[in-house]
Write a protein that binds this ligand. Structure first.
Ligand SMILES: Nc1nc2c(ncn2[C@@H]2O[C@H](COP(=O)(O)OP(=O)(O)OP(=O)(O)O)[C@@H](O)[C@H]2O)c(=O)[nH]1
Ligand SMILES: [Mg+2]
Length: 325
């Protein structure tokens, strides 16, 4: 089965890709083993795409924007993959269908692959699943990966730490809301896109200028790329070409100066540490030899006879001792 998927993915077979991502998303041990074999085989073929994160508040137009940019790119003969990171989809269940229907036009393009949010799974697994899905779509030859994530909570930062360039979509707002500008957004975003210029022309202008002003005050720690502020209408597909031009500039400058490579190396290290942390933790939790120790410590904790910090230290001591013998 793995050999078959491997071959088909290299031929860019979309059905095989979907199947492989389903394996990645599965929580069954059997599937996990299969998917890690597959990732191992395909890993060296990955890494060649441009990874773009698209974030922003609910309803700002992320899916519409991704569809417009995706169509723009497929028309230029680029192969585009769309992934969605939605930690809330477990509860709502609605966004999966929503994303799919909203990207109807893109989904029928031969050069597009769209994978809506997985329905649930472990929350901490979002990062792993996304990274592994990226490996698969890259091995399948997709040149641009667009990752949609809603701009609330941890998923935003997680995605920002997985991509080459991070776009944040903003709602147009009328004046005096400058205090509402979050410093964090500016620090995390490479491009700020104020959307819906078709409907809110003046507000969009105002918001663009507010953010430009804010940018001149708030200095980014990492000076590699000056954050750009632009406007567009994802719905009417205006401004999309300009945004693509900025992305291209970012890419060529980043390659020239070496910060894309640097960023990726850091991201790989983070992936390694995340993985180690997860495996180590699972290993300790599922360690049968330690069960009686765990139980003793639990009782002590309940009686306030030991602090959680002390207890965790003891577990680690037992674990290390156990692994020596
Ligand atoms: N007028 C106007 N409406 C837009 C534009 N872009 C998106 N919309 C509308 O805004 C609504 C939300 O768009 P989506 O693309 O689903 O927004 P989203 O950010 O992906 O939403 P979530 O995934 O639910 O967070 C839809 O009704 C869109 O038609 C735009 O450029 N102009
Ligand atoms: Mg959406």
């Amino acid at each position: 089965m793995i050999e078959n998927l491997y071959k088909k993915i290299l031929l860019s077979d979309r059905l095989a890709l979907s199947k492989a991502i389903t394996l990645i998303e599965s929580t069954k041990v059997k599937d996990k083993n299969k998917s890690s074999k597959l990732i191992k085989k395909l890993y060296k073929k990955s890494g060649k795409s441009l990874r773009i994160g698209v974030s922003g508040p609910p309803g700002v137009g992320k899916s519409t924007f991704i569809e417009s940019l995706g169509i723009f790119l497929t028309n230029k003969k680029n192969k585009v993959a769309v992934l969605a990171v939605d930690p809330s989809s477990k509860k709502s269940g609605g966004s999966i269908l929503g994303d799919k229907t909203r990207m109807q036009e893109l989904s029928v393009k031969k050069n597009a692959f769209i994978r809506p949010s997985p329905s649930g799974g472990e929350l901490g697994g979002v990062a792993r699943r996304t990274r592994e899905s990226m490996v698969l779509v890259e091995a399948a030859g997709y040149e641009v990966i667009l990752i949609e994530t809603v701009g609330v909570g941890q998923s935003e930062t997680e995605v920002a730490e997985m991509v080459d360039i991070f776009l944040v979509l903003l709602q147009p707002s009328s004046g005096d809301e400058l205090q509402g500008i979050k410093k964090g957004i500016i620090e995390i975003a490479d491009i700020l896109v104020v959307n819906k210029e078709d409907e809110f022309e003046n507000e969009v202008k105002q918001t663009v200028s507010d953010y430009k002003n804010a940018l001149s005050i708030i200095k980014k720690e990492n000076n590699s790329f000056t954050t750009k502020v632009v406007k567009c209408s994802a719905l009417n597909r205006t401004g999309i070409g300009d945004i693509w031009k900025i992305i291209q500039d970012f890419k060529s400058l980043g390659n020239k100066k070496g910060w894309i490579k640097e960023k990726r190396t850091k991201q790989l290290e983070k992936w390694m540490w995340d993985d180690l942390q997860k495996n180590l933790f699972e290993n300790i939790r599922n360690n049968k030899k330690l069960v009686s120790e765990f139980n003793k410590l639990k009782k002590k904790l309940a009686k306030n006879a030991i602090s959680p910090t002390e207890a965790s230290k003891k577990i680690l001591q037992h674990y290390t001792k156990n692994n020596k013998s």
